[in-house]
Design a protein around this ligand. Structure first.
Ligand SMILES: [Zn+2]
Length: 201
C-alpha cells in the first residue's frame, strides 16, 4: 500500500559504516519512468520510481517528484513497498555494503595500478636518458681513441719509411764493399799465381 512520507529524500545511504553518498549498488532493471500506470505528483508530472538504499529503507521503492531537490520540488514522496522484516533489512544493508566495499577496493587497485604504470614509465625514461648519455660519452671517447690511433699509425709509417731508407743504404753499401773485396781477392790470387809462375821460372 502506498504511503506518503514527508521525510527527506531517501535515495542513497545516510552514512552507515561511513560510506554515505555512494551511488546505487545495483543498476535499476528499468528506467525510473518506465512503469505503468503513471503516478502524478502535485505538479501534475509523472513521478519517477526509485529504490531507496538508505540505512532505514534499503530495497524499498518509492515515487518522488521529478523536480526533487530543486526549487521546483513539490515535495511529493510516496512509498510503494512496505517495511521489510529486520532480517531482510540487514541482509540488504550487508549486500549494499559488500558492493560498496568491493567498488572502493577496485577503485584503489586501479589507482595503484595507474601509479605503478606511471612509475615504471618514469624509470624507463630515466634509464633511457642515462643510456643515451653513456652512448654519447662512448662515442666521444671512441673519436679520441681513433684520432690517437691514426697519429700512432702515421708515426709508425714514418719510422718504417726511415728504416727502409737506412736498410737500402746499408744494402747498397755492403754490395759495393763485397764487390771491391771480390776484386781485391782476385787481384791477390793473380799476384800469387804470377809470383809462383815467375818464381818457378
Ligand atoms: Zn512535483
Amino acid at each position: 500500500m502506498a504511503e506518503y512520507n514527508s521525510r527527506s529524500f531517501a535515495s542513497g545511504a545516510s552514512g552507515r559504516r561511513g560510506m554515505g553518498g555512494m551511488r546505487t549498488p545495483v543498476p535499476y532493471r528499468e528506467g525510473p519512468l518506465a512503469y505503468e500506470p503513471a503516478v502524478f505528483c502535485r505538479c501534475d508530472r509523472k513521478a519517477p520510481r526509485w529504490i531507496s538504499w538508505s540505512d532505514d529503507n534499503s530495497g524499498r521503492r518509492y515515487f518522488r517528484c521529478i523536480a526533487a531537490r530543486t526549487i521546483n520540488d513539490c515535495g511529493f514522496y510516496v512509498w510503494i513497498d512496505g517495511e521489510h522484516t529486520p532480517f531482510l533489512k540487514n541482509l540488504l544493508l550487508d549486500l549494499r555494503d559488500a558492493v560498496w566495499n568491493l567498488r572502493n577496493e577496485n577503485a584503489q587497485l586501479k589507482q595503484l595500478n595507474q601509479q605503478g604504470t606511471g612509475d615504471a614509465v618514469c624509470n624507463l625514461r630515466r634509464k633511457n636518458a642515462q643510456l643515451k648519455q653513456m652512448n654519447e660519452e662512448l662515442q666521444r671517447s671512441n673519436e679520441v681513441m681513433e684520432a690517437g690511433m691514426k697519429a700512432k699509425i702515421k708515426e709508425l709509417e714514418d719510422k718504417d719509411a726511415a728504416l727502409a731508407a737506412i736498410a737500402t743504404m746499408f744494402r747498397s753499401g755492403s754490395s759495393c764493399s763485397s764487390f771491391s773485396w771480390v776484386w781485391v781477392g782476385a787481384g791477390f790470387l793473380c799476384g800469387v799465381c804470377f809470383g809462383l809462375m815467375f818464381g818457378a821460372m
